[in-house]
Design a protein around this ligand. Structure first.
Ligand code: FAD
Length: 525
């Protein structure tokens, strides 16, 4: 029996019981760098009454049962936007204008299909809603041209449908949050191994729809690489994909729906690769003289086929901020850069991989900092979003962005994005970066910024983010490695895929969703 789902407040992250005031040390640091500027909470205004008429509500009730159609303020608030910093700031400023008119909660594929049919008939925009952790605007539908907006909430679709212990696959419903899916699979001795920072709240359907990448991607793979099959409800019918582990049957249509952000269909079931539950998990820290040295070591590991399960590398600034808490790197007090490596598996496999990686890293000039920095990272890996709330309360804007490129282009990308952010965030500002995901051919860069909120943090961030996005495209990198497109990345996404790419996406959208009801405005340029 599933526990009742903890709901996140629309302007804050996570379990309200885990929210913390800024710890005294951190508050002192904020005072020193930015000056504390406590922001009083603005009372949230009542929502506009739902715009959906009785006939449309009746059709939705026919689709899912009247008790699963919600038009009350409280439910609609909880399904308003995602969890980017601009999303939180808008709600904090009392702006709930993107609230859906109605929240519907289907429980089967056929009910999802019935909701889509009702929405097409009554000109309702439909926003598939998983965990609500989107950070690029993927949960905001364009209202113009529609009689209302429906949040299609997948919260009741949480079953483990099948486990194939021979092929090592599991079929699950899309509304399972990360911990819920792992708990069901753990009973079978299995794991998916997908742990993004949003893992506690994001869902399997959302992971697939945004092509998410978890902190253990070096060992288990990105989520899109873990999906072997999909069932999707589109406005023109059902499609089941993934009949074999690999095939040459034309283009791989699974890839069309992975990353489609609710614009082409609603994922109603996923078949994913599973692995045995790891018996052992070991995390440790490594010191490097510079970011360049650490990144070169990651490349060596990737190209030698020796990647640990987890591998991430903070640049000098991010490492220095960790150093502000000496315990963060096991008491070591020099500069340079901190790398975290992690190993999961059987004791023998962990020992063998760790020994091989240790030999390579030592040979390249790395210094082991022992397990303490790694264990500390593992303990706090899901806590940063709570800290963001506390910093926003104290008048400090904190936001992240990410990109990826080939190894040969890494130095340029790092320098250009950092310069763009630094130039547009005002003084003082912190721009921190880490290599978050690693491949044989390249890696992703994940930037975190902190700056004074000032009078108009949304405008300041819009300008800085646009400059960083311009820098990514100018450098020939991607606009997003794992946060997806939403509304925020659309102009740069169009540049990245070019006019033919845009034309393909528009054609597919027009064919699968002729009434244009699915997440209008999102992703498709
Ligand atoms: C603090 C924080 C940390 C994060 N860390 C990471 C990270 O480490 N790695 C990473 O990859 N991402 C990260 N993200 C981004 C976010 O968690 C991902 O985009 C996530 O994969 C979305 O899953 P969700 O269930 O919350 O989906 P939602 O936010 O509900 O939806 C995301 C998009 O997918 C669509 N969608 C949802 N479910 C379905 C479905 N069943 N069928 C079709 N479309 C659907 C929605 O309409 C929307 O467009 C982070 C976000 C936050 C706020």
């Amino acid at each position: 029996m599933m526990r009742e789902q903890i709901e996140m407040h629309p302007s804050r992250w996570g379990d309200p019981a885990r929210a913390q005031a800024l710890p005294a040390e951190a508050r002192g640091l904020v005072e020193m760098v930015f000056g504390v500027d406590d922001r009083p909470a603005v009372p949230e205004p009542p929502l506009a009454p739902p715009a959906v008429d009785a006939a449309a509500l009746g059709a939705l009730a026919d689709a899912v049962g009247a008790e699963h159609v919600h038009t009350d303020d409280a439910t609609r608030r909880l399904r308003t936007r995602g969890k980017s910093t601009p999303d939180l700031l808008r709600v904090r400023a009392g702006d709930l204008t993107d609230a859906p008119d109605v929240v519907v909660r289907p429980t089967t594929h056929d009910e999802v299909a019935a909701v889509l049919a009702a929405a097409a008939e009554h000109r309702l925009a439909v926003v598939p809603f998983g965990g609500g952790t989107a950070v690029t605007g993927g949960l905001v539908a364009r209202r113009e041209g529609f009689a209302g907006v429906v949040s299609l909430d997948l919260v009741r679709m949480k079953r483990l449908l099948a486990v194939d212990h021979v092929s090592m696959t599991a079929t699950l419903e899309p509304g399972l949050r990360g911990p819920e899916a792992e708990a069901l699979l753990a009973e079978e001795g299995l794991t998916i191994g997908h742990y993004p920072q949003s893992w506690e709240y994001a869902t399997l359907g959302g992971f697939a729809a945004t092509r998410s990448s978890g902190q253990s991607s070096a060992g288990y793979g990105r989520f899109d690489a873990l999906v072997v099959g999909l069932t999707v409800a589109t406005p023109i019918g059902r499609i089941d994909l993934g009949t074999a582990p690999a095939n040459a049957a034309g283009p791989d249509l699974r890839q069309l729906f992975l990353g489609s952000e609710g614009t082409l269909g609603v994922i109603t079931a996923l078949k994913v690769r599973v692995r045995p539950l790891p018996e052992v998990k070991v995390y440790e820290g490594w010191r490097w003289a510079s970011f360049v040295d650490g990144a070169a070591a990651m490349r060596t590991l990737a190209q030698a086929g020796l990647l640990p399960t987890v591998v991430r590398l903070s640049d000098e600034s991010e490492t220095a901020l960790n150093l502000a808490d000496p315990a963060a790197i096991g008491g070591a007090a020099s500069g340079g850069c901190l790398m975290i490596t992690g190993y999961e598996g059987t004791p023998a496999a962990v020992e063998a991989k760790r020994a091989a990686v240790t030999a390579v890293l030592t040979g390249l000039g790395g210094t082991s900092a022992g397990t303490e920095p790694g264990e500390k990272w593992a303990r706090g890996r899901f806590d940063a979003p709570y800290l963001r709330d506390s910093l926003l309360d104290a008048g400090v804007l904190v936001e992240t962005l990410e990109t990826a490129t080939f190894w040969s282009n890494l130095d340029r990308l790092y320098a250009d994005v950092k310069a763009a952010l630094t130039a547009h965030l005002g003084e003082p500002a912190l721009v921190l970066c880490h290599v978050s995901h690693v491949y044989e051919t390249g890696c992703s860069l994940y930037f975190t910024v902190a700056a004074q909120e000032g009078d108009d943090p949304l405008a300041m961030w819009r300008v800085a983010k646009a400059a960083a996005s311009d820098a990514m495209i100018a450098a020939g990198a991607t606009i997003t490695h794992h946060h997806a497109v939403g509304w925020d990345h659309k102009p740069w996404f169009a540049e990245e895929i070019g006019p033919v790419g845009v034309s393909v996406l528009r054609a597919v959208k027009a064919d699968l969703d002729p009434a244009g009801i699915l997440n209008p405005g999102v992703m498709v340029p």
